[in-house]
Design a protein around this ligand. Structure first.
Ligand code: NAD
Length: 336
């Protein structure tokens, strides 16, 4: 029995989180969920988007499944997602991008994993205008040897654990000679510790083109924060968009799993949201808990329902579709 935190989230969050919890349970996962509220729901109830109860629960369970949270634009309300990442030093952003038969996309048979550094460089929040008239602004991107080392270690260990053939380090060390140069230097040192894994590196601009021209040449991709942000969405685009994309934010002391898409307030409460991204995030969480056979079962069931295309939500088949609850049941019926 595992204990995990469940943050149902805002908008479509509660309904798709419920789907994930049901499917994980029906697949045989033994999880005792601690349900806590964050985001808009928590503001309404506790006047705080990230109540202490959420931090305490994740601190205790060290693992969470999180529905999407609404971040109102332009208000003083800080992003709960960013706050959680900082609070638990979740230095890995893991974004698998995988093709599903039955989803129209540019390519088939894609199975990429992007490992993005999640805490350093231009996202550290060190930025300001240089004078009161705002004539110029600067953002300082700090890359450290220890920060580079831990993300590269994660990427190579991930490749080793999941029998991945190749790790590609993406950088811009030709121009960013210090930050990019340091990251690349650590990558090359790290690669020498994993002789059984093929490794190479690519400058980010060429990488973007190569991913579009021939994504099958890549396997695990590891990169710094900004490039990872962009390339992980690019990778999702190659396999049909963000609708089926799971993600994970992982640190030494905690890991949070989520759908990549947002809270979709435009379709909340209508039983039409596609639950697959958070269900696949649940499968990633089960792998993190070393429950790979249950994760495999869930991923196979999702793939089978999508491939058949009959019991899927409107975004997957606009001509013939079912609701969130019906698609959830179809996935449960395919678990084997
Ligand atoms: P969104 O991903 O919520 O929605 C974009 C479009 O995709 C909408 O038309 C929506 O209906 C559709 N969509 C999204 N998920 C879907 C699903 N599962 N099934 C069917 N259709 C789906 O992006 P947005 O509208 O830009 O953001 C809404 C809110 O979500 C914002 O407050 C934003 O800050 C937040 N957000 C949160 C996270 C997170 O918590 N990780 C991520 C992204 C956005």
């Amino acid at each position: 029995m595992h204990t995990a935190t469940l943050i149902p989230g805002d908008g479509i969050g509660p309904s798709i989180a419920e789907s994930a919890v049901r499917i994980m349970q029906e697949a045989g996962a033994k999880i005792d969920w601690e349900t806590v509220e964050a985001g808009l729901t928590a503001i309404d109830r506790y006047k705080d988007p990230l109540p202490k109860a959420v931090l305490d629960s994740i601190g205790r369970t060290r693992i969470a499944l999180k529905g999407p949270l609404t971040t109102p634009v332009g208000s003083g309300f800080r992003s709960v997602n960013v706050a959680l990442r900082k609070e638990f030093d979740l230095y890995v952003n893991l974004r698998p991008a995988r093709s599903f038969e039955g989803v129209s996309s540019r390519y088939c048979n894609i199975d990429l994993v992007i490992v993005r550094e999640n805490t350093e460089e231009f996202y550290a929040g060190i930025e300001h205008y240089i004078d009161p008239s705002r004539s110029a602004a600067e953002t300082i991107g700090i890359v450290t040897r220890s920060g580079s080392s831990r993300i590269l270690r994660y990427a190579f260990e991930y490749a080793r654990k999941y029998h991945r053939m190749k790790v590609t380090t993406v950088h811009k060390a030709n121009i960013l000679k210090y930050t990019g140069g340091l990251f690349l230097e650590v990558a090359r040192e790290m690669a020498s510790e994993y002789p059984e894994i093929e490794s190479n590196d690519k400058i980010v601009d060429n990488m973007a083109m190569q991913m579009v021209l021939n994504p099958h040449q890549f396997d695990v991709i590891v990169t710094t924060n900004l490039f990872g942000d962009i390339l992980s969405d690019l990778a999702s685009g190659l396999v049909g968009g963000l609708g089926l994309a799971p993600g994970a934010n992982i640190g030494y002391n905690a890991a949070i799993f989520e759908a990549v898409h947002g809270s979709a307030p435009d379709i909340a409460g209508q039983n039409i949201a596609n639950p697959c991204a958070i269900v696949l995030a649940g499968a990633l969480m089960l792998r993190h808990l070393e429950e790979d056979p249950i994760a495999d079962k869930i991923e196979r069931a999702v793939a089978s329902v999508i491939k058949e295309g009959r019991y899927v939500t409107r975004d997957l088949n606009s001509k013939s579709f079912v609701g969130t609850r019906e698609m959830t049941q179809a996935i449960i019926d395919r678990l084997s």
